[in-house]
Design a protein around this ligand. Structure first.
Ligand code: NAI
Ligand SMILES: NCC(=O)COP(=O)(O)O
Length: 319
């Protein structure tokens, strides 16, 4: 039987991505259902394997893009060369996925400061994907058994959030999330939408009536589709256990509104999925963890979950 090929991008060479890829390649369960291929630098993987006294990776599972001078990499350091290399691994993987050469992409973390230092005009993977695949609409969703959150806005400063909240964008994120969760759960999902302001604005007492003007009409439009969605809920109580137990996914207005509860509840297990693309892309939920890079102590759970979900979403593994 031919196993599906899954591109696993190595992420920032100075972060925990390379050692997590080394761990992943040694995982017998992963290799039982897919053929992972690390898009990265062979010499760097060998350098870290030797440093940690781990086995070197099987060349059959590495696509050597030779994007960086391995000896120049300092673990835990922001380096433009590392940002450029991480971008190179990722764009090659996107192009290969669009060409049907791999069934899905899974990304190890890149460092946004290094990416920026390299002059790449995107904050992160999600925005690169949307541009390179010409996706009309897409969004970031992080999912775990305990909690799932989709983000209406993501890598922007707080002061920009209110202007970015539109009726259309909120309806899009609700629809993309409902489609994804229907697929994952095998039934129509229940979604909850968070308000933007404290106490969901308390009828205009806080904020600029974003709830009444934008969020309430968007929820009503999504209900009419019909999607089982309600809100906006006051964000401070939306994540109480009594709401979580009946909620398949939350629609959150900004990055930390969703990612604080998600990481508090499920840091080891959560997977980042980009919805709305013509290709499947999943990722770890964590960053480059420069404080522990190349020490061999980084937890590989999120990467293993990300590969499992990518295989599932690409139809190569039963849901
Ligand atoms: N998918 C991606 O490419 C992501 C990239 N990032 C980027 O990563 C960089 C660093 O971000 P931070 O905010 O410092 O978050 P971080 O997730 O890298 O680190 C936060 C804390 O979690 C710990 N940690 C992270 N991953 C771990 C793992 N696998 N095992 C054990 N402990 C782990 C770190 O040691 C640190 O104490 C930033 O440039 C950020 O933008 C952040 C999130 C996702
Ligand atoms: N906090 C999530 C995150 O930063 C992931 O971003 P991306 O690189 O997957 O777009």
């Amino acid at each position: 039987m031919t196993l599906p090929r899954i591109a696993v991008t190595m992420g920032d060479p100075a972060g925990v991505g390379p050692e997590l890829c080394l761990r992943l390649l040694r995982d017998a369960h992963v290799r039982s259902y897919c053929h992972p291929i690390v898009y990265g630098d062979s010499a760097l993987l060998r350098r870290i394997a030797d440093h940690l006294h781990w086995p070197r990776p099987d060349p059959a599972h590495v696509l050597d893009l030779n994007a960086i001078n391995t000896q120049s990499v300092v673990p835990g350091r922001v380096m433009a060369e590392c940002g450029a290399a991480a971008y190179r691994y990722f764009t090659q993987a996107i192009d290969d996925a669009l060409a049907g050469k791999v069934a899905a992409i899974v990304t190890a973390p890149l460092n946004k400061k290094s990416l920026h230092a390299a002059g790449i005009p995107f904050p992160g993977h999600t925005e690169i994907l949307a541009a390179r695949t010409n996706a009309e609409r897409s969004c970031m969703m992080l999912t775990a058994d305990a909690i799932t959150c989709s983000l209406v806005t993501a890598h922007v400063g707080y002061r920009d959030v209110p202007q970015l909240l539109t009726f259309e964008r909120i309806v899009d994120v609700i629809e993309l999330t409902a489609d994804a969760m229907r697929r994952l759960r095998g039934r129509p999902p229940r979604l909850l939408v968070c308000g933007l302001n404290p106490h969901a604005g308390e009828r205009g007492l806080f904020g600029d009536r974003e709830e009444e003007r934008i969020i309430v009409p968007a929820v009503a439009a999504a209900c009419a589709k019909p999607i089982d969605v309600s809100g906006p809920l006051p964000p401070d109580t939306a994540f109480l256990p009594k709401y979580r137990k009946d909620c398949d996914a939350y629609i959150c207005m900004y990055h930390d509104q969703g990612l604080i509860p998600l990481k508090a509840l499920a840091f080891e297990d959560a997977v980042n999925v980009t919805l709305g693309l013509p290709i499947v892309r999943t990722s770890v939920d964590h960053g480059t963890a420069f404080d522990i890079a190349w020490q061999g102590v980084a937890d590989v759970s999120s990467l293993l979950k990300a590969v499992g979900l990518a295989a599932k979403l690409s139809g190569e593994r039963p849901v």
